[in-house]
Write a protein that binds this ligand. Structure first.
Ligand SMILES: Cc1ncc(C[n+]2csc(CCOP(=O)(O)OP(=O)(O)O)c2C)c(N)n1
Ligand SMILES: [Mg+2]
Length: 320
């Protein structure tokens, strides 16, 4: 299995469960009216964030989106500080003033989430240019959705990264919808990866609910990028389990479609694979699940007990 050590596989499983339980907790807290602002949950797409980030080094970069909690956690963010930020607390990544869609942690290479759809793409190209100018062998992984791939920033960012052979891995998480708009209503093509041809770079379609397939595609793209051979566009076919954001019951999705994708749950699939290959026993899996649940409970406790920022701090850290 890709020659990955048991330790690495277990770490990947643990991260996927961590994202799932984190998001379920955020949903619960939202229902209790404890989350100021909106939230976009990553549930169902865990294999993409974990497959990509597990193939990166700590000093590599990522850029994220409005659906960014999973990307942060997969790159190694502290769940306590992510949770505190979502609850608007002073101990959060942005001192409680940024919320769910603005988390960044430069110490782990997480360059930031953004509420502006497609805005991470030129930022990733810029980070790629900085790597090239500094002459290091780092890479940038840039997450964005199917909807974002219809933005002008997609064309501009990828074209620029391509002509300058920048070390960027463009990761399109195609979950079939941009808010309530189905991909087929706004695109004449089925595979967004086909667009790579327009920029003269490789485009790859991957089963985005298979963490190992995502890992493998990212490793190849990272190797190319580190050698100075330029960017790759990886399209991960996946599905969000919940609606677009907190208030969306996702009634626009056919029931059979939802059920078919729930059956392809990336965590369930990875768990079955690890059990089938005797990497982990049922008891070990349950133990990991319990440990992660305790870590998330601890993050909630930390966030709940943390203070809100003081009113006098409202204008601090404002740059524009
Ligand atoms: C520039 C811009 N246009 C519109 C919006 C409103 N908006 C927020 S999320 C979203 C859909 C994004 O879809 P996609 O890129 O597929 O990501 P997903 O939500 O599926 O993860 C839209 C239109 C926005 N935030 N920014
Ligand atoms: Mg989408």
């Amino acid at each position: 299995m890709l020659n990955l050590s048991k330790e690495k596989l277990v770490e990947m499983y643990r991260l996927m469960v961590k994202i799932r339980l984190f998001e379920e907790k955020v949903f619960e807290l939202y229902a209790q009216n404890l989350v100021p602002g909106t939230i976009h949950l990553y549930t169902g797409q865990e294999a993409v964030a974990v497959g990509v980030c597990s193939a990166l080094r700590k000093d590599d970069y990522i850029t994220s989106t409005h659906r960014g909690h999973g990307h942060c956690i997969a790159k190694g963010a502290d769940v306590k500080r992510v949770m505190a930020e979502i609850l608007g607390k002073k101990t959060g990544y942005c001192k409680g003033k940024g919320g769910s869609m603005h988390i960044a942690d430069f110490s782990i290479g997480m360059l930031g989430a953004t509420a502006v759809v497609g805005a991470g793409i030129p930022i990733a190209a810029g980070a790629g240019l900085s790597i090239k100018l500094r002459g290091t062998d780092q890479v940038v992984a840039c997450f964005f959705g199917d909807g974002a791939s219809n933005q002008g920033t997609f064309h501009e960012g990828i074209n620029m990264a391509a002509i300058w052979s920048l070390p960027v891995i463009f990761v399109c998480e195609n979950n079939l919808y941009a808010m309530g708009t189905r991909q087929s209503m706004v695109m004449r093509i089925e595979n967004i990866a086909d667009r790579a041809a327009a920029y003269g770079i490789p485009g790859v379609v991957v089963d985005g609910n298979d963490v190992l397939a995502v890992y493998e595609a990212t490793s190849k793209a990272a190797e190319r990028a580190r050698k100075g051979e330029g960017p790759t566009l990886i399209e991960c076919k996946t599905y969000r389990h919940r609606g677009h954001s907190r208030v969306d019951p996702a009634k626009y999705r056919p029931r059979e479609e939802v059920e078919a994708w729930l059956a392809k749950d990336p965590i369930k699939r990875f768990r079955e694979k690890l059990l089938g290959l005797n990497v982990l026993t049922e008891a070990e899996i349950q133990q990991i699940d319990r440990e992660v649940a305790a870590e998330i409970e601890e993050a909630v406790r930390y966030a709940m007990e943390s203070p809100y920022p003081a009113p006098e701090e409202a204008l601090e850290d404002v740059y524009a």
